[in-house]
Structure formats: structure tokens, C-alpha cells
Design a protein around this ligand. Structure first.
Ligand SMILES: NC(=O)c1ccc[n+]([C@@H]2O[C@H](COP(=O)([O-])OP(=O)(O)OC[C@H]3O[C@@H](n4cnc5c(N)ncnc54)[C@H](O)[C@@H]3O)[C@@H](O)[C@H]2O)c1
Length: 327
């Protein structure tokens, strides 16, 4: 499959701003929809627009061979239907009507499988049915994928869905795992602090790394992904004939256990580990068998690398990107 011209949505977002330069470096001609945040990468043709505007999609896909659809809003009841659902529908429909789109890559999420909040098979693979956890964001990931599936079935639109795990960039893992702000992701450690020892950390403003455990004392297990592997996954998918008509898990080489992660981060930061019991968390890990064999996905960043990258980010003195949502 020959792909030369690519439309990308969400190019200023967490994933998009990392994917864009790699697409340009790989020699693709890229058009990016610009919404709110400017996109100033040399070599990228930008088009100002709002996905909810029905006039945007037909114009944006003109002369394009492929679409990488990353734009969305997260947990926002007021806007998720217009941006995520209607926006995705309008793009899909424009691609169907145009007849010249060779690949439509949809950003999916493991939220569509209700991970963390509900018990799931271990490992979890792509055949597990949609069954999102509570919230409008996860709901919209199911609706987006369902529309993609139908456009594939009804109109043979060449769809690829990449189901990203929770993506860690910058110092996200430390913002998640340490007690002092900034805090990022679920759960919020302060809500799980019940003993005097746990509460003291917050009262005195002492930092520590959280080790999340189940009520039986076993460490919780979670499967996330480094932004580096996300970018690799997207690049593997573009123009890959074997990726058409399928969904793929994009996650780290393996899941991590909180005891291993917290011990490692504690040594790196020279702060203690504190255990928190989480009564509602469920372990999950994704099977990468299909992504590895069909996409050629070969993730490199295990939890040690993710922590190392986060520590290096903090040492560099760079500012974290503003948090648009808590997790
Ligand atoms: N970040 C993660 O951990 C994660 C995990 C799984 C799946 N995903 C999926 O990956 C995709 C990208 O996620 P992200 O974290 O980079 O998102 P982000 O919130 O960082 O960026 C969203 C992008 O969408 C654009 N956008 C928002 N509303 C728009 C509108 N009305 N019109 C046009 N553009 C609009 C924004 O300008 C921004 O560029 C999403 O589909 C998301 O569901 C992300």
C-alpha cells in the first residue's frame, strides 16, 4: 500500500505532538488539523478547524491517502458527543464518500475493555468485547470503535484501530506514583490514606512512592505504555496492509507490579515507599501476540525505562505539559 499524504487530527495533543515529527522524518507529507493549540512544525501543512464542524472533514481529507485520527476530548459530558462521536462519524463518512482513503487509523483505548475497574481475563486480548468502565470518555471510545467497525463492514473502509494503554510521557509515571503534586491518574493516593502513618506523609508534605496493593497484600498489576512505543506502534501501522481491518493492543513489553515499580522509583528518587490498599482495582495485562506478529510491533520501554525517562525529564528542568484531565 502506497501512502504519501497523511491527515492527522489531534497533532498538538500528547500523542500527536510526538507522532507528527516522526511522520515528517519518515518522509510523509502531513496535513494537521489545528484546533486551539498551534502546530508549528516545519514541513507540516496545517488546517484550522473543529472536528464538530461538518464542513471540515471533506475539505481536510482532500488529496489524502490516509488519516490518523487522534483528536478527542476526555471526560467532558458537554463536548464528547460533538467532538469524539460526531467528529469521528464525519471523518469516517467523508472518507467513505471520497473513495480515495487507503487507510484510516483510529486511536482506540483499553478503556473500551473496562480494565482496572472490572476483573478481566489475563492476559486480555483484542477479542474481548467492548465493555467500558464508567464515564463519558470510555463510552466514547466504544462508540468510536463501533462506528469504525461498521464503516469497515458496511463500506469496506480500510480501518486500523490502535488500542493504546495509558500513555506515559514526560514524568507522568512519577506524577502518578509519588505523593506530592503534580498528581496524575487514578487513584488519588490521599483518598487511600487511612492509617496515621499514611496520613502523616500528606500532613507533613513528605514525598514517597506509592505501592498499590490489593486487600490481600499482593501488589496491583497494571499495563501502561511509553510514548516512545506508542509512536513506534503508529509508524508500524501506517501503510501496513496486514493492519487493515484489525484492532491491536499497543502497550509496554510487559505489565508492571507496583512493588517492583515503587522500589525502583524509590531508589532513583531517594524517597521511601508507602503502601496503599486499593479495594476496587483489578489487575490487567494485555496480550501483545497479535500486535507483535501482524503489526511487527516491538515495544522497548519496560517500567524501568519509563521511570528512567521520567527521572531524566525531571532532572532536565523542563516544564510538564499542562494537565487537561486528571488521568
Ligand atoms: N493519552 C492516553 O493515555 C491515551 C490512552 C489511550 C488512548 N488514547 C487516545 O489517543 C488519542 C489521542 O490522545 P491524547 O492523549 O494525545 O489526547 P490529548 O487530549 O492530549 O489531545 C487531544 C487533541 O485533540 C484536539 N482536539 C480536541 N478537540 C478538538 C476539536 N473539536 N476539533 C479538532 N481537534 C480537537 C486537541 O487540539 C489535541 O490536539 C485519543 O483518541 C485518546 O482517546 C490516549
Amino acid at each position: 500500500m502506497q501512502i504519501r499524504n497523511i491527515l492527522i487530527t489531534g497533532g498538538s495533543g500528547k500523542i500527536g505532538k510526538n507522532v507528527l515529527p516522526e511522520l515528517v522524518a519518515a518522509g510523509y507529507c502531513v496535513r494537521a488539523i489545528q484546533h486551539e493549540a498551534p502546530i508549528t512544525l516545519p514541513g507540516v501543512d496545517t488546517m484550522e478547524g473543529d472536528l464538530g464542524d461538518p464542513a471540515l472533514a471533506p475539505k481536510a481529507i482532500e488529496d489524502m491517502d490516509a488519516v490518523i485520527h487522534l483528536a478527542n476530548v476526555k471526560e467532558c459530558r458537554e463536548t464528547f458527543m460533538r467532538t469524539n462521536v460526531q467528529g469521528t462519524f464525519q471523518l469516517l463518512d467523508a472518507c467513505k464518500n471520497s473513495g480515495h482513503i487507503k487507510q484510516f487509523i483510529q486511536a482506540g483505548s483499553d478503556a473500551r475493555a473496562g480494565i482496572y475497574f472490572s476483573p478481566r481475563p489475563n492476559p486480555l486480548d483484542e477479542t474481548f468485547p467492548h465493555s467500558a468502565y464508567p464515564g463519558y470518555y470510555a463510552f466514547s471510545k466504544v462508540l468510536e470503535e463501533t462506528m469504525c467497525e461498521q464503516y469497515r463492514i458496511q463500506y469496506k473502509l480500510p480501518i486500523t484501530v490502535l488500542r493504546f494503554s495509558w500513555v506515559y510521557d514526560e514524568d507522568d509515571i512519577l506524577a502518578h506514583a509519588t505523593l506530592l503534586p503534580p498528581h496524575f491518574g487514578v487513584p488519588t493516593w490521599r483518598d487511600l490514606a487511612h492509617t496515621p502513618e499514611q496520613k502523616e506523609f500528606f500532613e507533613k508534605g513528605i514525598d514517597a512512592v506509592a505501592c498499590m496493593v490489593h486487600p490481600d497484600g499482593k501488589p496491583c498489576i497494571r499495563h501502561v505504555v511509553s510514548i516512545r512505543d506508542v509512536v513506534h506502534g503508529v509508524l508500524q501501522a501506517v501503510g501496513n496492509q496486514s493492519a487493515i481491518g484489525a484492532a491491536f493492543a499497543i502497550a509496554a513489553p510487559s505489565a508492571f507490579a507496583y512493588d517492583v515499580m515503587s522500589e525502583y522509583a524509590s531508589r532513583k528518587l531517594d524517597i521511601p515507599v508507602v503502601r496503599f490498599v486499593n479495594e476496587i482495582a483489578h489487575d490487567f495485562q494485555h496480550s501483545l501476540a497479535k500486535s507483535r506478529s501482524i503489526l511487527g510491533y516491538n515495544p522497548q520501554c519496560d517500567i524501568f525505562r519509563i521511570v528512567d525517562d521520567a527521572v531524566a525529564f525531571r532532572k532536565s528542568g523542563r516544564q510538564r505539559s499542562p494537565l487537561k484531565y486528571p488521568g
